[in-house]
Design a protein around this ligand. Structure first.
Ligand code: HEM
Length: 457
């Protein structure tokens, strides 16, 4: 049978090129959606449900030592690397490909990175929970995670070098904006965290009787991870997006650089065993960031809350309030914690109060648009997720101190309530994003129509 020609066979070259670009854009969005969906999976099941399980056991036994440290670390790893790490790498690849015109090699690397990253984090979690061949599997999982991250890190580095070279050729000075400096510092923090984690898994594999990291080593790794990587990433996103979305004044670069230097020094001090110095430096850094980002000054322009809930700017400010509390509580813990309650409250204020509130707020603001100009499924659910998360966090922080430190009976019973509230918030957030991602983006329908009418033979 002779090949049949479509009546639109004469579609012009620019039309076909445009269709090619659109197709690559859709592939890029699929990669981002894969990272986001993976992050939501880790957030919900290996992360939050295990966290709730741990907390119920702690509350039932009236003791923080009633739960295996390996399970607590499995929960923390799923949240930090499985959830936040997947989101950050996914958004990183998305922005990189946008800047470099969506080269096919970026997409291929992106998928390779996604597969390795997911396997590495999942292997680490299952090894911590089931203990199967843990002496071998812990280092293997850490190596896989580093391999995935290096694919991402080297792709980003290559693009940056190209931008600098082209600026040089044009005789222009290449200027890194403050958000880029923070993002670079955070990426280096991410890499160092993974390298330190690899070292820690080797140490445990060679010298320990259990798969859990020793307490002190775990604490030091957490300071590097939570401050030297994730907090800096959030400051970077904040300096880029909050002036636009919340209408804040332009960030004060010098103040933010001072805050960055304090956090870096704080992380180094913690690694060197100078915990009190580290606590003070982290607090100064946190205060510096709040001033540098103009978080609590009134907005210069109306916030952009179209398509999301209008409480968005308020929750961003509440999140930074949690960050300040977390840094201050670290110093309080250094001075008077004796059963882990103030430490737990401080860490929880940072991970749930600050980090999760920021990801809930900014994520629901930008991810629908990044994933194909979709609109958020429900602004009302966004508000409910942020509200329940923050009430849960408040109940948890207050009751953790009273229960663990002073053995107050009513505080032990309040802990499960906090867990259920936070789990509700997390589930609403995940549902809102998943339903958003499952909805058909407006351009996809148009693209299908376009392709149908430009098929050549
Ligand atoms: C429903 C929500 C959550 C519950 C019930 C929960 C519960 C717990 C519990 C019981 C611990 C043990 C230490 C302690 O008693 O404080 C813990 C530790 C931890 N949690 Fe959560 N958590 C939740 C959400 C999160 C989130 C959203 C993150 C991160 C974004 C997170 C990160 C961590 C980290 C890093 C640790 C320390 C792990 C370690 O010691 O290595 N948690 N969590």
């Amino acid at each position: 049978m002779p090949p049949s020609k479509s009546i639109h066979a004469a579609a012009s070259a620019p039309d076909i090129r445009t269709a090619g670009i659109r197709t690559r854009e859709v592939s890029l969005q699929r990669l981002l959606i894969a990272f986001i969906a993976t992050g939501l999976f880790f957030l919900l099941l290996p992360g939050t449900f295990l966290g709730v399980w741990n907390l119920l056991a702690i509350s039932g036994g009236h003791s923080a030592t009633d739960v295996s440290p390996a399970w607590i670390q499995a929960h923390g790893h799923a949240q930090i690397f499985g959830w936040i790490g997947s989101f950050i790498i996914g958004i990183g690849f998305f922005s990189l490909s946008k800047m470099s015109g969506i080269q096919p090699f970026v997409l291929a690397r992106g998928w390779m990175c996604w597969a390795l990253w997911t396997c590495g984090v999942l292997l680490r979690w299952t090894t911590n929970i089931y203990g199967w061949h843990w002496r071998a599997m812990l280092p293997v999982s850490a190596v896989i995670e580093i391999g995935a991250f290096l694919i991402f890190f080297l792709s980003v580095g290559r693009k940056k070098r190209k931008q600098m070279e082209s600026a040089k050729l044009k005789g222009q000075a290449y200027k890194r904006e403050i958000w880029m400096k923070l993002a670079l510092a955070s990426s280096i923090g991410f890499l160092l965290t993974l390298v330190a984690s690899l070292g820690a898994t080797f140490y445990v594999a060679l010298s320990s009787d259990t798969s859990a990291l020793p307490h002190l080593l775990d604490e030091r790794l957490l300071v590097l991870t939570l401050w030297g990587f994730i907090t800096l990433a959030i400051w970077g996103f904040s300096s880029k997006w909050l002036p636009v979305f919340v209408g804040l004044r332009k960030p004060d670069d010098r103040m933010l650089l001072m805050a960055l230097a304090c956090v870096e020094a704080g992380v180094i001090a913690e690694a060197a065993g100078a915990a009190r110095l580290s606590g003070v430096l982290l607090l100064i850094g946190a205060v510096g960031a709040v001033f540098g980002l103009n978080i609590f000054t009134s907005s210069e322009r109306p916030p952009k809350t179209k398509g999301i809930h209008s409480s968005f700017p308020a929750f961003v400010r509440i999140a930074y309030g949690w960050m300040l509390f977390a840094a201050a509580a670290t110093i309080w813990a250094l001075v008077s914690d004796h059963a882990g309650g103030i430490w737990g409250a401080s860490r929880h204020a940072l991970t749930v109060g600050f980090i999760s509130t920021m990801v809930f707020a900014i994520g629901q603001r930008v991810l629908p648009a990044f994933s194909g100009m979709r609109t958020l499924f429900s602004p009302g659910v966004m508000f409910a997720s942020l509200l329940t998360l923050n009430i849960g966090c408040f109940v948890r922080v207050a009751s953790e101190i009273a229960a663990y430190e002073d053995n107050v009976a009513s505080a032990w019973s309040a802990l499960p309530v906090s867990a259920i509230l936070e789990m509700t918030g997390v589930t609403l957030f995940a549902l809102n994003l998943l339903l958003t991602l499952l909805s058909r983006p407006p351009h996809e329908a148009r693209l299908k129509e376009f392709q149908a009418t430009t098929v050549v033979e």
